[in-house]
Design a protein around this ligand. Structure first.
Ligand SMILES: *[C@@H]1O[C@H](CO)[C@@H](O)[C@H](O)[C@H]1NC(C)=O
Ligand SMILES: *[C@@H]1O[C@H](CO)[C@@H](O)[C@H](O)[C@H]1NC(C)=O
Length: 210
């Protein structure tokens, strides 16, 4: 008997401990998963280089589109498919396009799972919950509406969410990459900017898949 009792006590103690831990973490808010389809307009600032991103997230159809307008500059189309293929192109006379093949597809709706809660902060007049994920992104979500307000990448690039339309879907024909993306002869990527895009997300996805 005397030999058996200590293990039982330890088990009881562990059960109490894990229950305690579960209660403690249950109190912390978690980021709302991304809606399966939404449209957002974002104001981007990368050390003073400004751009607007028209973001069409479409998990349902396995595709994601960033249409990047540089301030008083060109427009870059960054179209990603869930099979890992991306097309980055312009629709101007330069007819530039390049494609990339990643190991992983578009961001999953729950890509923020496991983010570390940092508490609440007031930003741009919004009362936000803040999380940090793998030293990669700081994510701010409105406490009441659960809408994203902004996120900041480790590079310092800031995305400020200006509109967030849940359920909005871009028409199918707009997702067609131009024919010159499929030419065997690769065009030079002259004039194509990746700086304004969500390039960090590509690095993140490669990291997260490991
Ligand atoms: C852009 O960010 C820089 C800091 O990197 C800041 O000094 C500047 O005021 C910001 N510009 C705008 C328009 O928010
Ligand atoms: C991925 O899907 C897109 C759109 O259907 C297609 O253009 C591309 O060739 C596909 N990539 C691969 C590697 O199958």
């Amino acid at each position: 008997m005397a030999i058996r009792r200590p293990p039982i006590l330890i088990v009881v103690f562990l059960v109490i401990l894990t229950a305690g831990v579960r209660i403690a973490t249950a109190d912390e808010p978690v980021p709302a998963p991304w809606p399966h389809q939404f449209h957002a307009l974002m104001f981007m600032n990368y050390s003073g280089d400004l751009s607007m991103i028209d973001l069409w997230y479409d998990w349902t159809n396995g595709r994601n589109f960033n249409i990047i307008q540089e301030q008083l500059g060109g427009i870059t189309y960054d179209l990603e498919w869930n099979n890992g293929t991306s097309f980055i192109y312009s629709l101007d006379e330069s007819k530039s396009c390049r494609s990339a093949q990643l190991e992983v597809g578009i961001l999953r709706p729950n890509w923020l799972d496991g983010a570390k809660y940092l508490g609440q902060r007031h930003v741009n007049g919004f009362h936000c919950n803040v999380w940090e994920k793998v030293d990669f992104i700081w994510y701010y979500e409105d406490v009441e509406t659960k809408r994203p307000v902004q996120w900041i990448f480790y590079t310092g690039r800031e995305a400020h969410v200006m509109t967030f339309e849940v359920g909005a879907v871009l028409e199918d024909e707009k997702w067609q990459a131009p024919v010159y993306c499929f030419n065997k002869e690769k065009k030079k990527k002259k004039g194509l900017s990746l700086e304004g895009g969500l390039r960090e997300f590509k690095g993140y996805k490669e990291k997260a898949v490991l």
